[in-house]
Design a protein around this ligand. Structure first.
Ligand code: ADP
Ligand code: ASP
Ligand code: MG
Length: 401
């Protein structure tokens, strides 16, 4: 079998953990498998590197930030290769560009366009255990790029897809995907399996256990994906097209604190305004999420939407370029908000899920600012200070035994 194993930051945080990972990899290799390992930077290294950059230049370009951040993965790849070699097994560490991980040029959040398999297959045919630095690639200018925070998961799934691996295991510091973040929510339950679609929603809505693009890619290329613990050897969670479990009304609860609400008050109530506003935001690569528009009154209306909090400066800068907004009375940005979501393929066919969620929030005396729904998810925007209570209350409503 060909297995791709990915180890996250806490799994390689220090020498002891690196040796522990080496032992897991060695077992897979000794069982006769070809093994490609993808690693993240050790512990908080990526955050530390970002802090270092801010000390020197708070407005550093994204290109230079990518150059700096990828150093973290380079360190863990070489350290893990050394650990495996010290066990007497053949191993080689490689960076993204060395195996041709080609991306677009969106520094800081690049997308993988293609991967050359030549070097990888050559190393595997020499029976080498390949240790690849995750989270990074190279663009058409031969500049180093990164895939967005948490992007090593996507490297792993992409490698599994191009090599047609039999299995892609994402090793992390929890033993699988839970009905909510097990570190925050009491009574969170481990799922033995979850569908790609549900996992994609949960990941997109804030469950950082998997990078959302990794799930998107796993679905597209039918990658056999498993989330498991690097600290305990036991079965994890399988992410797949269909699950044998019953269609749960709600499979999980997620929260996202990286949200800001933008309100534009007094937009002219004429055709084309939404187009003009959101096309400028799209050109600035601002990701817009929930959108609400008030009923027009006296020739004007309000437009409210959410963006990622770390894109609020770009958002405001872009809105200043919308000339038609000159006569809009006011633009307000509030990032003291959290998006709380429930996800489940079963809710499509069961009315009443939304009201149950709203009831839980009402009972906890929590005000809802905005609501968005799709076939398999319901999201609400609430005040940040209410978020811990809100997640627990909503989780209790759907999962308390
Ligand atoms: P890694 O460094 O291994 O990539 P991450 O910190 O990115 O690990 O992801 C693992 C973390 O995701 C867990 O420690 C947990 O707190 C968090 N998490 C959030 N939602 C969930 C969930 N539904 N199931 C499991 N873990 C979750
Ligand atoms: N080290 C990177 C980060 O902290 C990538 C990853 O962990 O997947 O975001
Ligand atoms: Mg991660």
């Amino acid at each position: 079998m060909l297995i791709v194993q990915k180890f996250g930051g806490s799994s390689v945080a220090n020498a002891e953990r690196v040796r522990n990972v080496a032992a897991i990899v060695a077992d897979a290799y000794r069982a006769g498998n070809d093994v490609v390992v993808v690693v993240s930077a050790q512990g908080d290294t990526t955050d530390d590197l970002i802090a270092k950059a801010a000390e020197i230049n708070p407005n550093a370009s994204k290109r230079e930030l990518d150059m700096l951040m990828t150093a973290g993965e380079q360190m863990s790849a070489s350290l893990l290769a050394m650990a495996i070699k010290s066990m007497g097994l053949p191993s080689i560490s490689l960076l993204g560009w060395q195996v041709g991980v080609k991306t677009d040029s969106n520094y800081g959040n690049a997308r993988i366009k293609s991967i050359d398999t030549e070097r990888l297959t050559a190393e595997l045919s020499r029976r080498n255990i390949v240790i690849l630095a995750g989270f990074q690639g190279v663009n058409k200018y031969e500049d180093i790029t990164t895939l967005g925070r948490g992007g090593s998961d996507t490297t792993a799934v992409a490698i599994a897809a191009v090599l047609k691996a039999d299995l892609c295991q994402i090793y992390t510091d929890v033993d699988g995907v839970y009905t909510a973040d097990p570190r925050i929510v009491k009574g969170a339950q481990k799922l033995s399996e979850i569908t790609y679609d549900e996992m994609l929603e949960l990941a997109t809505l804030g469950a950082q256990v998997l990078h959302n693009r990794s799930v998107e890619m796993a679905k597209k290329y039918h990658v056999d994906l498993e989330v498991c613990s690097s600290l305990e050897r036991k079965p994890g969670t399988k992410v797949r097209e269909v699950v044998t479990m019953e269609k749960l009304l709600v499979r999980g609860v997620a929260r996202d604190d990286n949200v800001a609400r933008v309100t534009i008050i007094g937009v002219a109530d004429v055709p084309g305004m939404a187009y003009k506003i959101f096309s400028v935001l799209a050109a600035a690569k601002v990701n817009v999420d929930i959108i609400l528009q008030s009923i027009g009154r006296d020739g004007s209306k309000d437009i409210v939407f959410t963006v990622k909090a770390d894109q609020k400066e770009e958002t405001v800068a872009a809105l200043k370029r919308v000339s038609i907004l000159e006569n809009a009375i006011d633009v307000q940005v509030d990032d003291d908000v959290t998006k709380l979501s429930i996800v489940g393929a079963g809710m499509e066919t069961h009315p009443g899920v939304a009201s149950k969620m709203f009831e839980a929030l009402f009972d906890a005396n929590i005000n809802i600012q905005m609501i968005a729904t799709s076939e398999i998810k319901i999201s609400v925007l609430i005040r940040k200070q209410d978020s811990d209570r809100a997640v627990q209350a909503v989780h209790d409503t759907f999962f308390a035994k």
